[in-house]
Structure formats: structure tokens, C-alpha cells
Design a protein. Structure first.
Lengths: 380, 122
């Protein structure tokens, strides 16, 4: 609501905030003053400022150097087995390997993830604005986990009995950083189905980071998340499998991999934020099916569909599986044409995990095309 | 003194690691019981707020720890989120995570006892 009465020119009342900011930055002293007044007093802008403060608070406290597009700015910290973040700087961008495996793997993994997003999707770091990439290693004592804290990556060393150091797996690094991308683009709420989508998106792009690094086609990829993370003593191969959810491990201590591959096996639970790491198996498997059906290198088409879906404004924070699935089908049609092989592959993939989506036209079993009103975009 | 401890979250959900731990200090060897009490005292457990922090926006795969201590008439529950900067709380969490109930499932990895669990009683 525009409520001020003391500004010099009424135009400032109707200008949108981005233009007001430009005036505040570049205008004459009088114009700047008016623009700043408008920005300061308007209720809606207060809310946006609060949001911007939040965004600014999210930005890491590093040197605020404006980097050229596509340039990495990595900093690796050592927490010295304490839990105070970020810790001590041990490797800055461009510095030589340190010989500390965790440090160097984090550095390389952050780089590989950056390169993936830049080379494949022209995304300039996590926020598409060159956000510096920060990672802390040697967090905690025998800390058998890694996480994204909203601003940076944090890696534990593992306990050496069940888990190795968490920098050992490139897809896990890609997974964690992708949480930052999801935070930037879609803000999928980390609970229940939207949370499982959040997790799945991280697994999808985490796996693609690895596949891209290795130059693998969809058929060549192992579609495992965190292979190499479990020690030899554990009966299991990875944290999760996108190819065969529920088969990654079956171990006396860890238990059995609880992931479903189909909606009929959806897990209703209060644990794990409503099963975000459990039910992610379903959209994970859909991606695997779509990518292998389409063939070739999974980041090119299937990955592109998922990436554009993540960035689409129709993807809301509380979006669930069905809506997400329908969106991927829509976007596949937008990218590759209605009823293209790519769109059909995505439609069928979701169908195989028990989620219905519709195509613009369908074919009857006898092979004849049954067209419907295309402008409505409905199936039979 | 009775302690209930649960860990949630992390990069993956492991059914075998998700069960809460319940410890009655009367069942512990004296050394461990003393150690547990000392850790709870050092952390000033009963003075702690119930929740350590609001969840940071966009954070994921962090762990959360819920600790409930019943000591005589006092009962208090604390919920902590990674990172746990307080080193006394870290030590308490490490102790609780390493605890293996007597006769409970042994670690699948090896026969050797997990470090920091059961001091050999005299």
C-alpha cells in the first residue's frame, strides 16, 4: 500500500521496488532521497527488506568480491573436530592441494559441482549469482554425517566403523550443494512430500554431478547415492539407490534400506521430517526411469526437464509428488514438443511409480490416434 | 536417573539407528553412571532452553538430538540441532550415542568394544 504524502513527486508512489532501488542507486540527490523514503516507509517494502536481510544474512562472511561469471570462489575450513562454524581457513580458491584428503576432496567436489551447473545449465553457482562456495571439514568427533546449514557445507569424518569420511562421495557433495539451489529456486518445504521432493532433487543432481564428471551415459551410471561412504564392514553398497530403491543396504546395525519405489509403498511416518529421505525413493526412481528411457547422458534431457521444473514458478514450496510430476510432463512437452519421446518417457516413468500424469493426446491400444481438444491439454 | 536419547535426521534414514536409547543409571557400571551424571551437570542440563535454535532457512540433512533426563523430581527435555557448539553438550551426546545396552545388538563391524562405552569395572 502506498501511504506516504510527503514525497516530491507522485510517480514514486507507483514505481515498483526494483526501479526505486535503481533510482536510489543512480539518481540525482533529490531523486535518491525520494526513492529511499518510499522504500523505507511502504509496508510491503518492509517485508521485502526483511527478506533481503535474511538473504544477506545467508550470504557467507567472505570477501564480497564481484567475481566474473562462471568463476569459482571456494573456501575450505577446518573445524578441528569442534562444532564451531565455519572454522579455520585451510584452502582458498586457487591454492594448492593441502595433502589433507578431506580438505582436498571437499575443494574438488565443490569445484566439480560448480562446473556441472555452469557447463550444463549456465548456472553461476548455487544462487546463479556467483555465490562463494564454502565447506567445513573435520566437523565434530567421529561425526558420521554431512549437512547444508543454509549457507555452507559441513562434513564429518565418519566413525571409521560404519562410515568413512563424508567428503569421499562426489554425489553427496553435489547433493548437499543442490539443497542450496533448491533453497534459491523453489524453497521446497523440508517435510512430507515437498521435503521428499527436496531430497530427491538433491539426489538427482548429486548423481548427475558424478555422472557428468565421469562422462557416463544413463546406462553406465550406477545411480547410487553415497557409494563408498559405508565401510567394508557394512552389508550395503550405498546410502540409497535410485535404480532400485530399498536395496542399498541390509545390515544388522543400520537395518534395511526403507525406501519405496512406488506410491503403494509410501511410508507414513513422523520420523525423518515425515520421511523425506525415505519417500524420496519414489521421485528418484521416476527420474532414473525417465533418464534411462530417454537414453544418452542423463543431464542433457531428463536433467534439463528436472532443472527447468525446479526453476518454474509453478513449483511452490508445498508442492507434492503429483503436482511435481505433472509439471515435469508439461515442461518436457514445452522443451521437446507435445507427445515427443521425451515427454512420453517422463509420463511413463511417473506411471511406473504409481503417479498419474496426462499427455496432450493418447493412443488407443489398437494403435489409432485418439485426439482430444489439444487446447485443453487433457488426455482421454 | 533416567535418560532418554533420540537422534533424528542426517543424510539418510537408517532404521537401525533411529531407535531411542533409554538409560537407567542404576543399570550402569559405577564409572559410567558417574560419568553420565558429570556430563549432565557440566552441561547444566536442567537450565538449558528446550530448543537450541530456530531451524535455519534452507538447511537440510542436519541432525537433531532429543535428550530427556529424569532425576528425582526433576524432568527436562532438550532438543538440539547441528551444529552443537557447546562442547559439554557434544560430550554428552557422544556418550549417549556410543552407549550400547547390555545384551543389546552388537555392532556389525567387529568384536572390539566401541570406544568410550563401558569402562571395565573392578
Amino acid at each position: 500500500m502506498c501511504t506516504r504524502t510527503h514525497h516530491r513527486h507522485s510517480i514514486f508512489c507507483i514505481l515498483p521496488p526494483n526501479i526505486l532501488r535503481k533510482i536510489a542507486e543512480n539518481g540525482t540527490p533529490a531523486q535518491r532521497s525520494d526513492a529511499l523514503q518510499t522504500l523505507a516507509t511502504d509496508q510491503t517494502f518492509r517485508a521485502m527488506r526483511a527478506d533481503a536481510r535474511l538473504a544477506a544474512a545467508r550470504r557467507p562472511q567472505g570477501p564480497s568480491v564481484l567475481s566474473a561469471e562462471g568463476e569459482k570462489q571456494r573456501t575450505i575450513y577446518d573445524a578441528g573436530h569442534q562444532q564451531n562454524l565455519p572454522g579455520v581457513v585451510v584452502r582458498a580458491e586457487g591454492a594448492d592441494p593441502t595433502g589433507d584428503e578431506a580438505v582436498d576432496e571437499a575443494y574438488d567436489g565443490l569445484g566439480a559441482t560448480f562446473d556441472f551447473y555452469w557447463d550444463v545449465y549456465q548456472r553461476n553457482s548455487i544462487d546463479d549469482e556467483g555465490l562463494p562456495l564454502l565447506g567445513t571439514v573435520h566437523f565434530g568427533q567421529n561425526y558420521d554425517n554431512a549437512f547444508w546449514n543454509g549457507q555452507q557445507m559441513v562434513f564429518g569424518d565418519g566413525d571409521g566403523e560404519l562410515f568413512n569420511r563424508f567428503t569421499i562421495s562426489l554425489d553427496v557433495i553435489g547433493h548437499e550443494l543442490t539443497h542450496g539451489v533448491t533453497q534459491d529456486e523453489a524453497q521446497l518445504v523440508y517435510f512430507n512430500q515437498s521435503g521428499a521432493l527436496n531430497e530427491s532433487v538433491s539426489d538427482v543432481f548429486g548423481s548427475l554431478v558424478k555422472q557428468f564428471k565421469l562422462g557416463q551415459t544413463a546406462d553406465q551410471a550406477d545411480w547410487l547415492i553415497g557409494a563408498g561412504l559405508l565401510t567394508q564392514a557394512v552389508q550395503g553398497v550405498a546410502l540409497r539407490s535410485m535404480k532400485a530403491p530399498g536395496t542399498a543396504y541390509d545390515d544388522p546395525v543400520l537395518g534395511k534400506d526403507p525406501q519405496p519405489a512406488h506410491m503403494r509403498d509410501y511410508v507414513y511416518t513422523w520420523q525423518d521430517n515425515g520421511g523425506v529421505h525415505i519417500n524420496s525413493g519414489i521421485p528418484n526412481h521416476a527420474f532414473y526411469l525417465a533418464a534411462t528411457n530417454i537414453g544418452g547422458q542423463a543431464w542433457e534431457k531428463a536433467g534439463r526437464i528436472w532443472y527447468d521444473t525446479l526453476r518454474d514458478s509453478a513449483l511452490r514450496p508445498a508442492t507434492g509428488f503429483s503436482r511435481f510430476a505433472r509439471l515435469t510432463v508439461t515442461i518436457a512437452g514445452r522443451l521437446y514438443g507435445p507427445n515427443s519421446p521425451e515427454q512420453q518417457a517422463v509420463h511413463e516413468a511417473w506411471g511406473e511409480v504409481g503417479i498419474r500424469t496426462t499427455l496432450p493426446t493418447t493412443t488407443t491400444k489398437s494403435g489409432g490416434a485418439k485426439t482430444t481438444d489439444k487446447t485443453k491439454g487433457r488426455g482421454q | 536417573m533416567r535418560v532418554q536419547f533420540a537422534t533424528e535426521g542426517g543424510v539418510a534414514f537408517f532404521p537401525g539407528l533411529s531407535k531411542p536409547t533409554v538409560i537407567d543409571s542404576a543399570d550402569l557400571p559405577e564409572d559410567d553412571a558417574a560419568k553420565l551424571r558429570q556430563l549432565i551437570d557440566s552441561a547444566r542440563f536442567f537450565d538449558l532452553p528446550e530448543a537450541s535454535r530456530a531451524l535455519p532457512k534452507g538447511a537440510a540433512d542436519y541432525r537433531q538430538y532429543t535428550i530427556t533426563v529424569e532425576d528425582g523430581k526433576r524432568r527436562h527435555t532438550v532438543r538440539l540441532t547441528d551444529p552443537v557448539e557447546n562442547s559439554d553438550l557434544q560430550a554428552l551426546i557422544d556418550f549417549l550415542r556410543s552407549y550400547k545396552a547390555p545384551g543389546g545388538p552388537s555392532s556389525g563391524s567387529s568384536e572390539k568394544p566401541k570406544k568410550n562405552v563401558r569402562a571395565k569395572g573392578s
